[in-house]
Design a protein around this ligand. Structure first.
Ligand code: UDP
Ligand code: MG
Length: 338
């Protein structure tokens, strides 16, 4: 049977949405790179990264780009690079699913003994791979990059990032290392654990922390973005922060019972005080302002707690729908296909 190449690939994608067994012998290192509209960044990224990989493991590497719904020439740039390095592979998602989903797709399809998610904008210095691999060979299962400073960030981003890490680690049982991004080396065992997690909400840093294993950090300086602009604005980061906290902590749900208890106790004490006052001084003066304040305050508290309930119910809905995390439209370099 013959199919139009694209048609054949779509059939494959439908038959094997998650698993994949590569025909070629499995590489030692897989670098997974989510890309969205990064045509100009591909060549400089490969220039530096391939040199580092070749020095570390010879030919036993692969770079797996996950095209997250790019609308520019990103796919063309990757396909062109494949001509010189057949170890470069590409998955194209059917639309923009977001970086976390793109990373999941990459982890699902990477074949290496260790997998390294990296950004394409060279903010994660490829040269750090040497140190990561050295720690991995010493026996660590996760080697994450920790930023020495946040100098390359704007003041607001620096402050909110610190606030987020503090809040997350206060509320959640899975402590994430501060100022460590997605740039890290993951042993195959860790990748397999993450792949086996059924949840749809993929806050990757939280999942990496949850898996446990032997983890260590290596310090690095995060460079400013080499090409183009950041795709994470304030609102997107806020949503990510909410995902991060609500996906691993139930503290925001529980805190309302305590707050309610404290308010109820205070109300009881106040009632007792009023009874005493009435007994001693007779009927009290009408307390309009205090009632008004109490009503407003309690109304506000109830709305906030309802909102937080809503956050969780919304996430339960997403999980209950059991939709796939991503949809693959095309792939390059899989199953011997050229
Ligand atoms: N990215 C992606 N999908 C998106 C947004 C970003 O795959 O919806 C990729 C992007 O191409 C880059 C990486 O994720 O390789 C990090 O994005 P960016 O540099 O914009 O984030 P920042 O470094 O500002 O946090
Ligand atoms: Mg970046």
């Amino acid at each position: 049977m013959t199919f139009h190449p694209t048609g054949a690939m779509m059939r494959d994608a439908r038959a094997l949405p998650f698993g994949w067994t590569p025909a070629v012998p499995s590489p030692t290192l897989s670098v997974v790179v989510p890309v969205k509209n990064e045509a100009d960044a591909i060549a400089p990224f490969l220039h530096r990264t391939v040199a580092v990989l070749a020095a570390l493991v010879g030919n036993a590497w692969e770079i797996l780009f996950v095209d997250d719904g790019s609308t520019d020439a990103t796919v063309v740039a990757v396909a062109a690079a494949r001509a010189t390095h057949p170890q470069i592979r590409l998955l194209s998602l059917s639309r923009n699913f977001g970086k976390e989903a793109a990373l999941s797709a990459g982890l699902d399809h990477a074949a290496g003994d260790a997998v390294i998610p990296m950004d394409v904008d060279l903010q994660d210095p490829p040269e750090l791979l040497a140190e990561m691999v050295a720690r991995w060979r010493e026996g660590f299962d996760v080697v994450y990059g920790v930023r020495r400073s946040r100098k390359s960030d704007q003041v607001a981003k620096r402050a909110t990032a610190t606030l987020f890490y503090r809040a997350h680690n206060l509320l959640s049982p899975d402590k994430i290392p501060e100022h460590a991004g997605d740039f890290r080396l993951l042993d195959r065992r860790v990748v397999d654990v993450i792949r086996s997690l059924p949840e749809r909400n993929r806050f990757m840093k939280g999942l990496f922390a949850w898996t446990g294993f032997k983890q260590t950090g290596v310090l690095y300086d995060r460079a400013p973005r080499a090409h183009g602009r950041s795709k994470f604005g304030g609102w997107r980061l806020w949503t990510l922060a909410l995902d991060g906290i609500t996906s691993s902590s139930t503290m925001p749900l529980r805190v309302w019972s305590y707050l309610g208890g404290v308010v109820a106790l205070a109300a009881l004490a106040y009632a007792a005080w009023m009874v005493m006052l009435t007994l001693v001084y007779g009927s009290p003066v009408a307390g309009y302002p205090s009632i008004f304040v109490a009503v407003l305050f309690l109304g506000g508290v109830q709305l906030v707690s309802l909102g937080i309930l809503g956050e969780y119910v919304g996430r339960i809905l997403i999980e209950a729908k059991q939709r796939p995390l991503y949809v693959i439209r095309d792939r390059l370099g899989f199953d011997g296909e050229r």
